[in-house]
Design a protein around this ligand. Structure first.
Ligand SMILES: [Zn+2]
Length: 307
């Protein structure tokens, strides 16, 4: 058995897979974001979740082959170098967890984990050259060329969310201005809709319902079109660089097939701004949804990273 842990912006998910790679158990736990000492809060939440899950399923730690962690930030050699959206820096998460759970522990960027899972078991199975984007609180991703995950030696790389698409644009958590994710994250889109229409919250279900009910509202349509315009700029940049056969989009974006994906496809297939206008890549939605990070993190110990 292997354990996969997906650290999200407001909750942590834990899954256990059996030797047939079936995810047979899943549990989640919310945590409070208070920027002071977030690394301690994340660590304590993981330890509680681990202990509770093992107890619930009556599994001892000796039966666990490995633990994988998908983390929303820059990671290297078991250390979270920085996770801007959580206010975490230089967090030796693997070393800390080893004190309580003495099994091999692997750490990777969350978007990379989800991408690995989608490539092996989900929406990107059929494609050798592919890009995976996770569009939610921020924008992250991964690229595969000839079936191999692009993986730099030092850090996770492929920080597409911090590719600048607007000079002197909106300020990003990373310190730069005009980053892709300050325009194309679902968080920014939801916040914009909430502010414009005085909605109570940015809850995904409520926002989606609002979009469906107000599909003829011109102000709302302008917000959605602007959002798609920026998303399109980022995605065409990636297409021109990587020439993927397919782009898979996960994160909360994946729940807006009619409202957002259709608009993006319409714009993309006009092809005006693509450098190569033939063979426009397919845009597909992630299939593993919320489980992708967990499943991908259980695959960090094998050779999927090399092939
Ligand atoms: Zn940035």
């Amino acid at each position: 058995m292997k354990i996969g842990i997906d650290v999200g912006g407001s909750h942590i998910g834990l899954g256990i897979i059996d030797s047939n790679k079936n995810l047979f158990f899943k549990q989640e736990k919310d945590y409070d974001i208070c920027k002071a000492d977030m690394s301690r809060i994340v660590l304590e939440t993981i330890i509680k979740l681990m202990n509770k899950s093992l107890k619930d399923k009556q599994i001892s730690i000796q039966e666990i082959e490995s633990i994988g962690i998908a983390f929303p930030g820059t990671v290297t050699n078991g250390i979270v170098v920085k996770a801007e959206n959580l206010g975490i820096e230089n967090f030796k998460i693997v070393e800390e967890l080893k004190k309580d759970f003495n099994v091999p522990i692997y750490l990777e960027n969350d978007a990379k984990c989800a991408a690995i899972a989608e490539k092996k078991h989900g929406s990107l199975k059929k494609y050798d050259d592919a890009i995976f984007l996770i569009i939610g609180t921020g924008v992250g991703g991964a690229a595969f060329l000839n079936g191999k995950l692009l993986k730099p030696k030092r850090y996770s790389g492929f920080e597409v969310g911090h590719m600048v698409i607007q000079k002197d644009g909106k300020e990003c958590n990373c310190g730069r201005k005009g980053c892709f994710e300050t325009y194309a994250s679902m968080k920014r889109l939801k916040e914009k809709i909430k502010t414009e229409f005085n909605l109570e919250s940015t809850d995904g279900k409520q926002i989606r319902q609002f979009i469906i009910e107000n599909k003829d509202n011109s102000i709302l349509n302008k917000i959605l079109d602007d959002y798609i315009d920026y998303l399109y700029i980022g995605i065409t940049n990636l297409i021109n660089i990587f020439e993927p056969e397919a782009i898979s989009i996960g994160g909360s974006f994946a729940y807006y097939k009619e409202e957002l994906l259709k608009r993006l496809e319409n714009k993309l297939y006009e092809k005006e701004e693509l450098y190569n206008k033939e063979n426009t890549p397919k845009i597909v939605l992630a299939e593993l949804k919320n489980d992708a990070g967990i499943i991908g993190s259980t695959m960090l110990d094998n050779k999927i990273l090399d092939k």
